[in-house]
Design a protein around this ligand. Structure first.
Ligand SMILES: *[C@@H]1O[C@H](CO)[C@@H](O)[C@H](O)[C@H]1NC(C)=O
Ligand SMILES: *[C@@H]1O[C@H](CO)[C@@H](O)[C@H](O)[C@H]1NC(C)=O
Ligand SMILES: *[C@@H]1O[C@H](CO)[C@@H](O)[C@H](O)[C@H]1NC(C)=O
Ligand SMILES: *[C@@H]1O[C@H](CO)[C@@H](O)[C@H](O)[C@H]1NC(C)=O
Ligand SMILES: *[C@@H]1O[C@H](CO)[C@@H](O)[C@H](O)[C@H]1NC(C)=O
Ligand SMILES: *[C@@H]1O[C@H](CO)[C@@H](O)[C@H](O)[C@H]1NC(C)=O
Ligand SMILES: *[C@@H]1O[C@H](CO)[C@@H](O)[C@H](O)[C@H]1NC(C)=O
Length: 407
């Protein structure tokens, strides 16, 4: 049974693709049947009995003529012409077969190659992004001379060019500048330039003390930075250097920066003109106990007085310390500098002579850090009043330094 069904279907399909001879049932009087029963109104009946009479013979579709070729669809490179035809001559009707074949045909056309993009000239270099030293800058160019056509190639290469730029030598006039220029720079002697007279000098940079806990929390956020670098301007540790000197010596500095030394008032004045600086003083008693304190806004005025300016004490006796430094204010604040040959103090006699040093003596001193190096608790010794009042405790080591506070 299925075999027969398949056969019938194939027969029917094939029949459809052959122009059908459309005959009426010869034994049937179509005109009369239509008059009597309107058979042509019933399409199915009409197809079976009187297709010819009722005008519903299958009509196979035939192609109409091809249209003309279209013009080429591109203005450059390779494109195509197209022509079309429709199955309308005639259209298939009454189950007649569709046209066989394609409705569209294409023909290749070749035009000139499409123009590629070309670079315009490089634009200006962007401004150097650093204020001093080397930076990285860039310049651009555009693929618009000409821009590539729709199918043309983009310009070959980069539209950005990188280069280094150099503005001027960065001033190095603080240990912080050294630290910034050289990450991880260790403590030691460095050459820096003074910002006013632009003189090259050697200083000892303490790059380690910050790690000893010198972060001042809760007072000013900028003090929380750990990566500080300090310029040491006074250092004593074994008494090899005599500090009982004339004013000129204190102005110029003495000693060797990698040992005991005084950096010089002129240098300290110049170096503290840049930015805001904290003063830090570290001391150690002869019994090994240590202490330190920090003052904000440290500044030494211009010569010839080199007046000391100090802000508030922001910290003392921190983690490294186990003795307390003087709790009173720095009594020498706002004093001019005195030495044995220049008396600027408020004392009837010379503090410098009485206390055997050079200092911003007032009437006379709370911290005699440039005094006589001696383990005796004499008036002339290096001391801090906190230890000596009522008894003087001499100091074995002192270190005075300042750091630029970042803003
Ligand atoms: C179709 O094409 C034939 C042969 O080119 C032409 O004789 C005939 O006139 C065309 N018919 C029409 C409708 O253009
Ligand atoms: C085409 O033929 C099929 C099968 O014989 C039929 O069902 C259908 O109604 C026909 N369609 C037309 C438009 O005659
Ligand atoms: C003090 O220290 C320096 C440098 O470390 C050394 O050259 C000198 O001999 C020492 N002097 C005394 C008296 O210990
Ligand atoms: C060292 O001397 C200071 C000052 O007199 C004193 O406060 C401290 O306790 C002493 N430290 C030791 C370990 O004796
Ligand atoms: C130095 O200090 C003295 C005394 O206070 C004062 O008279 C003088 O004007 C000061 N000199 C300078 C340059 O500030
Ligand atoms: C003082 O501090 C130092 C370092 O922080 C420590 O080694 C020493 O033991 C301390 N001395 C006293 C008496 O607390
Ligand atoms: C300083 O340190 C000593 C010993 O640790 C402590 O007793 C004292 O309270 C501290 N002083 C200040 C002002 O922090």
């Amino acid at each position: 049974m299925p075999a027969i069904l398949v056969g019938v279907t194939i027969l029917w399909i094939c029949a459809k693709n052959v122009a059908t001879a459309c005959h009426d049932d010869e034994s049937f009087d179509c005109p009369r049947a239509n008059t009597l029963f309107g058979i042509c109104n019933n399409v199915d009946e009409a197809k079976k009995i009187c297709p010819n009479f009722c005008g519903i013979c299958p009509v196979d579709g035939q192609w109409a003529n091809w249209s003309d070729w279209t013009s080429c669809d591109v203005t450059c490179d390779q494109g195509k012409h197209t022509r079309t035809r429709t199955c309308t001559n005639p259209e298939p009707k009454n189950n007649g077969s569709d046209c066989v074949g394609v409705a569209n045909e294409y023909k290749r056309c070749d035009r000139e190659p499409c123009p590629d993009g070309e670079w315009s000239a490089w634009e200006q270099w962007a401004p150097c992004p650093v204020t001093c030293g080397f930076g990285v800058t860039s310049r651009d160019r555009k693929c618009n001379n000409p821009a590539p056509s729709l199918l043309g190639q983009q310009c070959d290469g980069d539209n950005k060019d990188w280069g280094s730029c150099f503005r001027r030598n960065c001033p190095i006039n603080n240990c912080l500048d050294i630290r910034n220029a050289m990450t991880g720079a260790p403590s030691g002697v460095y050459t820096i330039s003074t910002p006013v007279t632009r003189t090259f000098i050697q200083v000892y940079c303490d790059m380690d003390t910050a790690g000893g806990g010198w972060t001042i929390k809760g007072i000013n956020p900028e003090h929380n930075r750990e990566d500080v670098a300090l310029v040491v301007f006074q250092r004593r540790f074994n008494g090899s250097l005599d500090f009982y000197k004339n004013f000129q010596d204190y102005e110029d500095g003495f000693g060797s920066v990698d040992g005991e030394h005084w950096l010089g008032l002129r240098n300290v004045y110049e170096l503290t003109t840049v930015g805001t600086n904290d003063l830090r003083i570290d001391v150690m008693c002869f019994n090994g106990s240590k202490a330190f304190e920090v003052y904000s806004d440290f500044l030494v005025g211009q010569g010839s007085n080199y007046t000391l300016h100090l802000g508030a004490r922001t910290r003392n006796n921190e983690t490294s310390g186990n003795v307390t430094m003087d709790d009173s204010s720095f009594g020498e604040n706002d004093m001019a500098f005195s030495a044995k040959d220049k008396d600027m103090d408020n004392y009837v006699r010379s503090c410098a002579a009485s206390y055997h040093g050079g200092w911003w003596y007032n009437n006379c001193v709370t911290k005699n850090l440039n005094g006589l190096y001696s383990s005796d608790s004499s008036l002339q010794s290096i001391f801090d009043y906190s230890y000596n009042y009522p008894g003087r405790i001499p100091l074995q080591e002192t270190k005075m330094m300042f750091r630029r506070v970042l803003v």
